[in-house]
Design a protein around this ligand. Structure first.
Ligand code: BEZ
Length: 216
């Protein structure tokens, strides 16, 4: 089972954009590696389209998207199935999918990443999301059932939090959005706050100290 903090298992696989070695392909970027139950299914179609239409948001955050779907159309190769489906996605979602869809004919990658939850389906993946940092470590894992499309606003929100908290001694409170006040982590003593957070701070309780978002 992969857990937060583990190195994202590396693999080399064929994709709709040619062979990819995950770690080399990521380079210095962050990664969003996610699974879909199947090609040519309605919820997945809307999700893929949304991710394509959020390209500038992922680019802004130096994050690359990689998608895995093991449920391919019968009689097609994985690549042909993915490419045919992308045409539908582009048409119906007014999108231009330009990120790779991974081929995983033996479900090896899906199994390694724990994307198949046997009590949900023993053949198809659930909707998994792995956020991978530029250090190749897993930063976030979320799983949704097939029946519920993901909220990619939430994925971007978490990416903002992860990238902020990787560089500053802050955490982000409940429902935090980019631009809102952050929490100074307990490892910073109250005496040290002014030097580290010159924009100001509030002490609500000795353990609950806030400061304006430091990277703005
Ligand atoms: C869908 O993407 O619509 C879907 C896929 C598998 C099961 C149920 C829904």
């Amino acid at each position: 089972m992969i857990q937060i903090g583990d190195e994202a298992p590396n693999f080399t696989a064929n994709t709709t954009l040619g062979e990819i070695n995950l770690h080399s392909w990521l380079g210095d970027s962050w990664g969003i590696f996610m699974s879909h139950p199947a090609d040519f299914t309605p919820v997945c179609t809307t999700e893929i389209g949304r991710v394509a239409n959020l390209k500038s948001e992922f680019d802004k955050r130096n994050a690359k998207v990689l998608v895995l779907s093991v449920g391919i159309k019968e009689g097609m190769t994985p690549k042909d199935s993915h490419l045919e489906w992308i045409k539908d996605v582009n048409e119906t979602q007014n999108a231009n999918v330009d990120f790779p869809l991974v081929e995983d004919p033996n479900k090896e990658i899906a199994t390694t990443y724990g994307m198949i939850h046997p009590n949900a389906s023993d053949t198809l993946t659930v909707r998994s999301v792995f956020v991978i940092g530029h250090d190749k470590k897993v930063k976030l894992i979320i799983s949704y059932p097939a029946s519920t499309g993901r909220n990619f606003g939430e994925i971007l929100r978490v990416l903002d939090s992860l990238q902020l908290t990787a560089n500053y001694q802050v955490a982000t409170p409940v429902d935090w959005q980019h631009g809102e006040d952050c929490i100074v982590i307990p490892a910073v003593s109250t005496e040290d706050i002014p030097g580290k957070f010159p924009k100001g701070h509030k002490i609500i309780k000795p353990y609950l100290r806030t400061t304006p978002q430091p990277n703005l």
